[in-house]
Design a protein around this ligand. Structure first.
Ligand SMILES: *Cc1c(COP(=O)(O)O)cnc(C)c1O
Ligand SMILES: [Zn+2]
Length: 414
């Protein structure tokens, strides 16, 4: 049984039924799911959660759909790694990585789509759709396939080959728009008005957004039922960034952890940094930008949750980094070479952002820091492919090996 009770406007507080609605009719504020907190508190325990399968459905009481009939391809419960080597390089001995490259379609978007597709099917929709910078299209295509639904995914025309293939393999209707993501998003908002489809990040966005909370739940559980001191996450629309902290707060309200004092810091690519720019200027109003960065998955020039991201930065004593494309590539390589984690460009933004904020003294070396690595590197191979050391190419002989690698330094042990 779901404990969600209704949708509520974040601005004026008006209530709406749990339908395919996303904006308030009165004030145009965004709608958000609200729950019966008392019933959740009575129903959950650390022991019960810990005994459940290793997917995000272990947090079923906190999600706005029925877990038993959910579309489940195994999203969530990804590894939390103590990044000792990277932490040493950055002067942060208590740095952890939340490795969301380990999701079924290799990005954190499986969390939001698991919840949105489940709720969409419950509401009777037969088609799943989305406006995507790539990863969302991959995840919608995969979940639709598993759910027996049709998928229509809409992307900008210039995405990386891996992001396109990562949708096509599941056989959706793939639509490439001659325009950037903000144009794709506007188009989908118009289409949603005239077609009875579930656009996961438009008309069923309140359910989609709830999926990101599970990152907060998992981190708290994996740290031994406590909140981290500081989180650093990439910001595209800002939804993920805002919902991690919401997850920690809900866990505290349910009595599973102590009240969090977690600082929330963000990272953006300099080529698309509306939130970081406003933050640096001390403004709570961001100006939309025209994106130009290799971090295409984060290239949203007019972020839906940009304002709430700025509020969260302010209210949690966070900070926001802006990193160049060169720093993004260096971040991807540093992460791979120190921790064995191959992340896409968004992961490079996070790592470069952690580095910048540590250098600026905005992350304290004593803090337990969690950096969110949200997508896998094979999807954006173009970003690093040119700059890596070439293979030693040899004949299948020891002489040829030694000519390329060098002779053995010591006697072979007896
Ligand atoms: C979508 C995405 C994000 C951030 O998403 P928000 O729109 O800010 O919720 C971060 N990393 C990757 C890899 C993504 O695909
Ligand atoms: Zn309202």
């Amino acid at each position: 049984m779901s404990y969600a009770r209704n949708l509520r406007c974040r601005e004026c507080g008006r209530d709406y039924p749990l339908a395919a609605l996303h904006v308030c009719e009165y004030c145009f504020g965004p709608l958000e799911a609200v729950y019966d907190d008392e019933a959740i508190r009575a129903a959950v325990s650390r022991e019960a959660i810990a005994a459940r399968p290793a997917t995000l459905w272990r947090y079923r009481e906190f999600l706005p759909c029925e877990a038993d009939s959910a579309v489940d391809i195994g999203a969530g419960f990804t590894p939390l790694l103590h990044a000792r080597n990277l932490g040493k390089a950055l002067g942060l001995p208590r740095l952890y990585l939340k490795n969301d490259t380990a999701n079924p379609t290799w990005s954190f978007k499986d969390r939001v789509v698991a919840v949105a597709s489940s709720r969409a099917r419950e509401l009777g929709f037969e088609k799943l759709a989305c406006a995507s910078t790539g990863n969302l299209a991959n995840s919608v295509s995969a979940h639709a396939a598993a759910a027996g639904m049709e998928a229509v995914v809409v992307i900008p025309h210039d995405l990386e080959a891996g992001k396109v293939l990562g949708s096509s393999i599941y056989n959706p209707t793939l639509v490439k728009v001659r325009g950037n993501y903000d144009a794709v998003n506007r188009l989908c908002a118009e289409l949603a008005g005239s077609r009875n489809w579930a656009f996961v990040n438009v008309n069923v966005r309140p359910y989609y957004a709830e999926g990101s909370k599970t990152l907060g739940f998992e981190v708290a559980e994996q740290l031994g039922w406590r909140a981290p001191d500081h989180c650093v996450a990439p910001i595209a629309s800002g939804s993920l960034f805002v919902k991690i902290r919401k997850g920690l707060d809900e866990f505290a309200r349910a009595g599973l952890i102590d009240a969090p004092r977690t600082r929330m810091s963000g990272a953006q690519a300099a080529g698309c940094s509306p939130v970081a720019t406003a933050w640096a200027e001390g403004s709570m109003n961001f100006r939309p930008q025209r994106p130009d960065t290799i971090a295409k998955s984060l290239a949203i020039g007019n972020p839906a949750d940009g304002f709430y991201s700025l509020v969260q930065l302010r209210d949690t004593d966070g900070a926001c980094a802006s990193v160049t494309d060169e720093e993004i590539v260096a971040g991807m390589r540093l992460l791979a070479e120190t921790e064995g984690v191959f992340a896409e460009t968004a992961g490079g933004v996070t790592v470069a952002g952690v580095k910048q904020l540590a250098e600026r003294g905005r992350i304290d070396p004593d803090e337990l820091v969690v950096a969110f690595i949200t997508g896998a590197g094979f999807k954006t191979a173009e970003a690093v492919a040119g700059g890596l050391a070439p293979a030693l190419e040899i004949d299948a002989t020891v002489d040829s090996f030694e000519a390329a690698y060098g002779p053995p330094a010591e006697e072979v042990p007896a």
